[in-house]
Write a protein that binds this ligand. Structure first.
Ligand code: ATP
Length: 354
């Protein structure tokens, strides 16, 4: 049975640095949960608290109803996969995987059966007798995953597991980890600074900044409704247009900006007239041309990058640089220096408070 992982007001400090600052979070049983944030925000510290390498200074960590604060790592039944694989180079693939089973005192035949099953799961069935140092990076990472999974952990902890792999292999491993997760249904906690990993794999994700969870939600919620400017720019690309709220009524906000008055219909902060905001607008929400939309902005094309399946426009409106992306580039490209009319829907304008 998958377990729930729950943190209540968990804090961990190093001298004066609050690496994890009053974090409360419940990860549901069987959930694939991602922790995402820039370097130094506290991700590794968070993961180490779950694994038992650090004890919280304050607060409580529970796996289901069991308080885990002082339980040592080897008694937590967590499986861990590290960025650098951390396999034993002098052992074969099977010996690496067998280690955790031997510690658990399983009989030889049962060990062999479990090793065969897990190698099959990571598509490395024929590799049992190979020394691990003869495997490629991607293959080693699969063995690290197999070693973590074979003990049937209550919680699977992954620390940047695919960031050492090249782009094509990363994509492949994303699909594989996703498939393995849906087959095993193990509660999974995955730490990364890579937004593509998180957006494409997470059931839910948390964005961490300076030890604090600034937003928790599904990838769609976080991308479409970022809570603040940090989240909006950290997850995906965005444009910011500064402005001042003129008027709020019936779910619609009117904002005065240097590019003209903008209408927003995506408002989930309490905004009062006079509030200073940054309007976040994703590049794919800025359309060039005659489309119907509540907002129209005049801009000049600064540069055009044709990228095959899409086209990127660098634009400038009232001195503010804007980026637009079109996934269906027409045959008639705009040129640098052209003046263009931009169409932006009211739903695509997200006024953020900081
Ligand atoms: P990265 O993505 O670069 O690995 P991170 O998000 O995992 O970063 P942490 O390693 O958790 O961040 O570090 C969070 C903060 O705590 C940083 O300011 C770091 O310098 C500090 N820190 C982490 N471990 C220790 C330690 N053992 N002693 C002192 N300070 C530490």
């Amino acid at each position: 049975m998958a377990v729930a992982v729950e943190l209540t007001h968990v804090t961990k400090a190093f001298d004066t640095t609050l690496a994890v600052n009053d974090v409360s979070l419940k990860i549901e049983p069987g959930e694939c949960f991602f922790l995402l944030g820039p370097s130094g925000c506290g991700k590794t510290t968070f993961l180490r608290i779950l694994a038992g390498f650090y004890q919280p200074d304050a607060g409580e960590l529970r796996f289901d109803n069991a308080v885990m604060n002082t339980i040592p790592p080897h008694q937590r039944n967590t499986g861990m996969v590290f960025q650098n694989y951390a396999l034993w180079p002098h052992m074969t693939v099977a010996e690496n995987i067998e280690y955790g089973l031997t510690l658990r005192k399983l009989a030889k035949t049962e060990r062999q059966q479990k090793i065969a099953e897990v190698l099959d799961m990571v598509q490395m069935a024929e590799y049992g007798n190979r020394p691990v140092n003869t495997l490629s990076g991607g293959q080693q990472q699969r063995i690290a995953l197999a070693r973590a999974l074979v003990i049937e952990p209550s919680v699977l902890l992954l620390d940047e597991p695919i960031s050492n792999l090249d782009a094509a292999l990363r994509q492949h491993m994303r699909d594989e980890v996703k498939q393995i997760h849906s087959r095993t249904n193990i509660t999974t906690f995955y730490v990364t600074h890579d937004q593509v990993d998180a957006l494409s794999m997470a059931d839910r994700m948390a964005i961490m900044q300076d030890g604090v969870l600034v937003q928790v939600g599904t990838p769609r919620e976080v991308y479409q409704f970022p809570k603040n400017t940090f989240v909006a720019s950290f997850i995906g690309e965005t444009n910011f247009i500064p402005g001042r709220v003129l008027n709020v009524s019936n779910g619609s906000t009117t904002i005065e900006t240097p590019v003209g008055v903008l209408q927003s219909e995506t408002v989930y902060h309490d905004l009062a007239p006079g509030a200073q905001v940054q309007c976040s607008i994703r590049p794919e929400a800025i359309h060039l041309g005659e489309l119907q939309a509540k907002n129209r902005v005049t801009a000049k094309v600064a540069a055009v990058n044709y990228l095959g399946r899409m086209e990127e426009y660098q634009l400038v409106a009232a001195g503010i640089p804007l980026k637009a992306v079109h996934y269906d580039p027409g045959t008639e490209a705009k040129r640098p220096g052209d003046t263009v009319e931009l169409a932006i829907s009211a739903e695509a304008v997200i006024p953020l408070l900081d």
